[in-house]
Design a protein around this ligand. Structure first.
Ligand SMILES: Cc1cc2nc3c(=O)[nH]c(=O)nc-3n(C[C@H](O)[C@H](O)[C@H](O)COP(=O)(O)O)c2cc1C
Length: 192
């Protein structure tokens, strides 16, 4: 017997938590940052990453015009910065200046990055795909920066260093006090 009953779509929070990224972007001397829950890796070769942004956002035009953005993956001790990036708008203020957020220059593209990130993908915009009331900005990753303390040798996040910012929707963030990593090998299911 199924436990499922008819649901409603709402804001599509059903699949959360998601790890939060902050995209940083710049155009004509103006830097901005936007909190993003809707982001995903798309391709290994070439390395492509997609971010979904509403045209209502100030960042939308900045990325469209500058044709680049950096994806900053944020640890959960910076959740307040996520709330700033996702609450304030670059249309009304310089979020970096107003809230004293540290930043530095990206290495391969013309924007800034957040130095407290676990990792940063510097992307050049290759395509903008309209997707309903958002657009999917597809970026090719030109450079990867990491905090070496945040990753183990197998490239998996070192959760003993920091936990990523995990968003549940409606301004709720998941704080993990205890965790366990367990492997479920796919090998025995792979047919030759
Ligand atoms: C945790 C979080 C995740 C968000 N995810 C997205 C997203 O994926 N796409 C989007 O367009 N807006 C998203 N938003 C809303 C924007 O971050 C917010 O509107 C922001 O103020 C836009 O800034 P801007 O106008 O300076 O570009 C999110 C907000 C929060 C708090």
């Amino acid at each position: 017997m199924s436990n499922l009953i008819q649901g409603k779509l709402g804001k599509m929070y059903h699949y959360y938590p998601v790890s939060v990224a902050i995209a940083t972007c710049s155009y004509e001397g103006k830097n901005n940052m936007i909190a993003l829950a809707w982001h995903t890796a798309l391709s290994f070769d070439p390395p492509l990453y997609g971010i979904s942004i509403s045209p209502k956002r100030f960042s939308y035009n900045l990325i469209e015009k500058s044709r680049c953005f950096a994806l900053n993956f944020i640890p959960n001790d910076y959740n307040e910065v996520v709330a700033i990036a996702g609450g304030a708008s670059g249309s009304f203020c310089d979020k970096f200046e107003k809230y004293n957020i540290p930043f530095e220059n990206a290495k391969s593209i013309n924007t800034v990055i957040l130095p407290f990130s676990l990792a940063v993908y510097e992307c050049e915009l290759v395509k903008k795909v309209p997707a309903g009331d958002h657009s999917l900005f597809i970026g090719q990753i030109k450079n990867v920066l990491i905090d070496p303390r945040a990753f183990k040798d197998d490239e998996i996040l070192n959760l003993n260093f920091k936990i990523p910012s995990l968003y549940m929707g409606n301004d709720n963030y998941l704080i993990l006090e205890k965790f366990e990593l367990k492997k479920f090998s796919r090998k025995k299911y792979q047919e030759k």
